[in-house]
Design a protein around this ligand. Structure first.
Ligand SMILES: Cc1ncc(COP(=O)(O)O)c(C=O)c1O
Length: 415
């Protein structure tokens, strides 16, 4: 069997919608983008959505919208993809890395509190970016409380979280993006829904959404669509030196079709995750399976297992190679930012500054998970993981029965 890490689910609706855009004569941001934005905002349950060409662009523009400027500091998880912190640097800001919770791998609220209390610098902390690891939301109740106490803007890195929700302190379920001023989603090729490349910022605030929109298109007062197609005039003002981050109608056409299937995709991912967890329970001594807290619902973008390395005779890299040898492609999410050369040298971060992320990442491994995976693919992966673990588990030393011959070598142990 050959199982890729991810296989996109593109059906006839995506193709028909793309064809309609190709035939329409308008390829860049126009009516398809507007429709995608409206439907996305409805799906999340927020008043505003701005389509962009990546989640990275969304995080960048969100920081700009809340007023992060050169010299300002922003709290960012160390356990995240590089984009979450790079956007702070794009604005000339200073990322302050925060350790993760050992179970969920999302930003640890206690570590967040300490990072704020221990910050000794002239740079003012302006914002915090909780990231929803693998689709399980960060502890938004505690993160939002800490942010409110210190007047920080909260920007959700929701790249993985479509859909996802958490229970607020009153016990009500809240969707991702509905409790923070801004959230940024990804439609990268292997995300919960895809447009190839793409992203969306959602917002509760019309001024913030307007700023994101303006800065996404050169800082122009009007988009091309409103100038040329919508009975407008050619005239525009440049109100700021903005960026070029708009989504095309071609991509939005795929996005509309994918959004219509987002709940169905999530249901299948959830089923696959359940299958993995049930079958891998057989090797609990060597492998830990991921847990979703009772106050969260995950999109299951990532199914990350953790190897108990002290119970295995091979390391994570060899484990991945063994699975690859059986046709299964895995990934690792992620080597934490503080271990990367840029963050290590620029900010002198040490492994010991982030004990949880430093310890956990060494044993993390993401198994393939995507809606079109078949049950037999799930079974094959589980069997393979169990066999690799069994073949490479640390053997117990048994008492010697005959001189020089341990029990398990003379057949007594059955292996
Ligand atoms: C947590 C996280 N944030 C942000 C991004 C950036 O997303 P995009 O590729 O859409 O810019 C990614 C991409 O994988 C991610 O995993």
């Amino acid at each position: 069997m050959n199982i890729p890490y991810f296989r996109p689910s593109i059906g006839t609706e995506e193709k028909e919608r793309v064809r309609a855009v190709l035939d329409s004569g308008w390829l860049t941001s126009g009516t398809a983008v507007a429709e995608f934005e409206t439907k996305f905002a409805e799906f999340i349950g927020v008043p505003h959505a701005v389509a962009l060409n990546s989640c990275t662009a969304g995080l960048h523009l969100s920081l700009d919208a809340v007023g992060v400027r050169a010299g300002d500091a922003v709290l960012v998880p160390t356990m995240t993809f590089g984009a979450t912190a790079a956007v702070v640097r794009h604005l000339g800001g200073r990322p302050i890395l925060v350790d993760c919770d050992p179970e969920t791998l999302t930003m640890d609220p206690s570590a967040l509190q300490s990072a704020i209390e221990n910050w000794r610098s002239d740079s003012a902390i302006k914002a915090v970016i909780p990231m929803h690891y693998g689709g399980q939301m960060a502890d938004m109740n505690r993160v939002s409380n800490i942010a409110a106490k210190h007047s920080l803007s909260v920007i959700e890195d929701a790249a993985h979280a479509l859909p996802a929700s958490f229970k607020d302190s009153d016990g009500a379920w809240k969707s991702v993006g509905t409790t923070s001023p801004l959230a940024s989603f990804s439609f990268y090729a292997n995300k919960c829904i895809t447009t190839g490349e793409g992203g969306m910022v959602t917002s509760l605030d019309s001024d913030l959404a307007d700023r994101v929109r303006t800065m996404s298109l050169h800082g122009l007062s009007k988009s091309a669509w409103t100038r040329f197609e919508n009975k407008g005039s050619w005239y525009y003002d440049i109100v700021e030196p903005g960026y070029k981050y708009n989504l095309t109608d071609l991509a939005a056409a795929i996005g509309i079709a994918q959004l219509g299937k987002a709940n169905e995709f999530c249901a299948r991912r959830t089923e696959i995750a359940r299958g993995y967890t049930q079958q891998l329970a057989g090797c609990a001594e060597w492998i830990e399976t991921p847990r979703v807290r009772s106050d969260r619902k995950s999109s299951w973008h990532i199914y990350g297992i953790r190897l108990n390395l002290d119970q295995l005779t091979i390391d994570r890299a060899e484990f991945i190679q063994k699975l690859r040898g059986r046709g299964i492609t895995c990934s690792v999410h992620w080597m934490p930012l503080h271990l990367h050369p840029y963050y290590r040298t620029q900010y002198r971060y040490q492994e010991s500054d982030f004990p949880v992320a430093s310890r956990e990442w060494m044993r993390m491994l993401s198994l393939p998970i995507f809606p079109s995976m078949t049950d037999s693919e799930v079974d094959y992966i589980c069997t393979s993981v169990l066999e690799v673990a069994e073949d490479h588990r640390v053997r117990k030393i048994f008492p010697v029965r005959q001189e020089g011959i341990p029990m398990h070598q003379n057949g007594a142990h059955g292996d």
